[in-house]
Design a protein around this ligand. Sequence first.
Ligand code: ZN
Length: 253
Amino acid sequence: VYDKKMKNSEMTLKVFIFLLGTSLFLGCLPGCFHDQRTITQISSFSTLASGGYDGRIPLEKLLSYGNFGLGTFHGLDGEMIVLDGHVYQVRSDGRVQKPSIETTTTPFASVIHFHKEYDKDLPLDATLEQIKAATESMIPNLDDFCAVKVSGQFKYLKTRSVPIQTKPFPPLEEVLKTQSIFEFRNVEGTMVGFRSPVGAGSIVPAAFHFHFISEDRSFGGHVLEFVAKTAKLEIQRVDQFNLFMPIQKSQAK
Ligand SMILES: [Zn+2]
C-alpha cells in the first residue's frame, strides 16, 4: 500500500512537470528559457551591405526580442549597442546618446535575451585569439551561433562609427571609407556580440562581431581591435535564429 501511494504521488509529479514543460514550450511567454536562446535579427547583412538603411522596426519592438545585442539605426546613423535592455547610439562624432525607443527605427540589428550559461576569466592581455579559443572550448562547433559578452578593463581599444546617410543610399563599402576611428587606452566597459558560422556570411557578419560601450556609457562603437587587461567572458548558447525581413512601406504595392 505504501509503495503504491508513492508511485501515485510520483506519477502526479511527473504529469505536473510534463504539463508545465509543455505549456512553457508551446505557449512560450517573452523572457522564458526557450525564448532566451533565440537570436532575433532584423534584415540580413547582405541587405545592409548593399545600402538597406531604411528603418524597418522601432527600437521598442526590437527590445521585445532581446535585451542584448548590436546593430545600427535608420540611415546608418551610428553603431547600436543593446545592453541590459538599454539602447545606446554611438554616432560618427563619437557622442553617445540614448535614442527614443518609440520613434527611432532600425534597419539591421541582432538581439537576444541574454542569459549567461558559461563564463571564464580571460588571461591577462587577451586579444581576439584568446576569446576565440576560450569560446571554442565551451562551444566547439563553429557552426553554432552564440552570444558573447566580454566585460572588464581594456588596455587598448579601437572602434569605429559611421556617418548618417541620405538617399540614394551608397553601399556599406563606400560608407566605410568615411568612417570615424576612435582609440582608447586603459578603459572599462563591455563588448557585446555574437559568434556566427562563417558559412552564414550573407545573413550575418561572419565569426565574431562586437560593439563596445564604456562603463560610464560615454564612448564606444564597432570594435576593430582590442587588447583586454582583465576581463570576463560570458557565453550563451543559441538554439534558434529568427530572421525578420519586414516589408517596408516604400516597397509595398
Ligand atoms: Zn558592427
